[in-house]
Design a binder for this molecule. Structure first.
Ligand code: SAH
Length: 347
């Protein structure tokens, strides 16, 4: 069966070509067609020669994901529901910013982390996404922009904050990041504009720092082990102390900061004392805090704190010189906001 060419790194494609007596630099040309010029099929690759195009067509598919549904929020955020080849589903969210777009991509079908506040967790874990499935979310979103008459490179930022735990699909994550941040032949994203968010898979945090220059975001969500374990079972395995140590040791450029996401849930983790503890925990780190007032979804009892509580919590951080913002939730009217992705519960 034909393989998906989007599963290949440039080195692997070069090797594949070389094995068939084709000069390996052709891999770079092919990559440019796929990722920079957004080619839809091999016939567009006019500088390759007919024979090579034929070989590629015989052995590879160059395809798009099946877009089953697109929803557009009042704030123009778009959520895409993709059907994968095995019939499972994932979602990606395209978020318009002032002068660019950010794409929130999924890394797994479902998620095994079982965070109590997150809708994705409800459906359990199905499987890891392949490299082509990760990469296609980005390539296809750029097609959607082209179809709207918008410059595809204006999609310049990626956050791995969709469905799944990216660091639990580590190998495919790293391979995808290689293609995404390849500026010569790949998708041309600056690593500074790519963020990988994790629930706290401690050993993989240092790996990520050693192997890439992308930004790290950590879903912290609580300041003591008891609360965090209740909200995020992964905390049993990797408690706060280990997590914060891994963050302290995370290798990054001198002026970079780790983003700590903190969902504010009424009566659970939103007290002044929690805010003070948060400052104490994070002040030894190069950190910034994204407060996310809990996004409600059906069947979950947690509540969002009122506006005053959110502002007091934020003020405590700011008064103590923490960099902190309240993340504006986009797309919550179409269940596209943080923690609301369910992809028809996958099947
Ligand atoms: N598994 C990774 C990537 C998913 S990111 C991680 O946990 O970081 C999804 C983000 O949305 C996380 O920061 C999570 O804390 C947040 N989130 C999940 N459910 C939410 C909800 N109901 N309301 C607000 N934020 C939520």
């Amino acid at each position: 069966m034909a393989e998906n060419i989007l599963d290949y790194t440039r080195d692997e494609l070069a090797q594949w070509l070389e094995n068939r007596g084709v000069r390996p630099f052709r891999a770079g040309q092919i990559f440019k067609w796929i990722y920079l010029r957004q080619a839809r099929d091999f016939d567009e690759m006019t500088d390759l020669g007919k024979e090579l195009r034929g070989t590629l067509k015989e052995n590879f598919v160059l395809s798009r994901l099946v877009l089953e549904e697109k929803q557009v929020s009042k704030d123009t955020t778009e959520k895409y529901l993709f059907r994968l080849e095995d019939g499972t589903h994932i979602e990606s969210v395209l978020i318009p910013e002032k002068d660019h777009f950010t794409l929130c991509v999924s890394s797994q079908v479902g998620c095994a982390m079982d965070c109590q506040f997150c809708l994705t967790a409800r459906g359990g874990f199905v499987r890891n996404l392949t490299v082509s499935e990760i990469i296609s979310q980005v390539r296809d979103a750029r097609f959607f922009l082209i179809e709207r008459g918008i410059e595809p490179l204006s999609l310049s930022n990626i956050v791995f904050m969709g469905m799944g735990e990216p660091l639990a699909n580590y190998e495919n994550l790293i391979r995808s990041l290689g293609i995404i941040t390849d500026t010569d032949f790949g998708m041309k994203f600056s690593p500074r504009r790519v963020t990988v968010s994790t629930s706290g898979l401690v050993p993989r945090i240092s790996d990520l720092g050693n192997q890439t220059d992308v930004n790290l975001a950590v879903s912290l969500n609580a300041v003591d082990d008891k609360t965090r374990t209740r909200l995020m079972p992964i905390n049993k395995k990797y408690p706060l102390k280990d997590l914060l140590r891994a963050c302290k040791d995370f290798k990054m450029k001198p002026r970079n900061k780790i983003t700590f996401e903190y969902i504010l849930i009424r009566g659970v983790n939103d007290s002044d004392k929690d805010a003070q503890t948060l400052v104490r925990l994070l002040s030894p780190l190069r950190a910034k805090v994204n407060l996310i007032p809990f996004n409600q979804h059906p069947g979950c009892d947690f509540k969002r704190p009122d506006k005053e509580r959110v502002s007091s919590f934020l003020q405590i951080l700011l008064d103590r010189d923490m960099t902190a913002i309240v993340r504006k939730s986009k797309g919550d009217d179409i269940l596209a906001a943080c923690g609301q992705l369910k992809a028809k519960m996958f099947g």
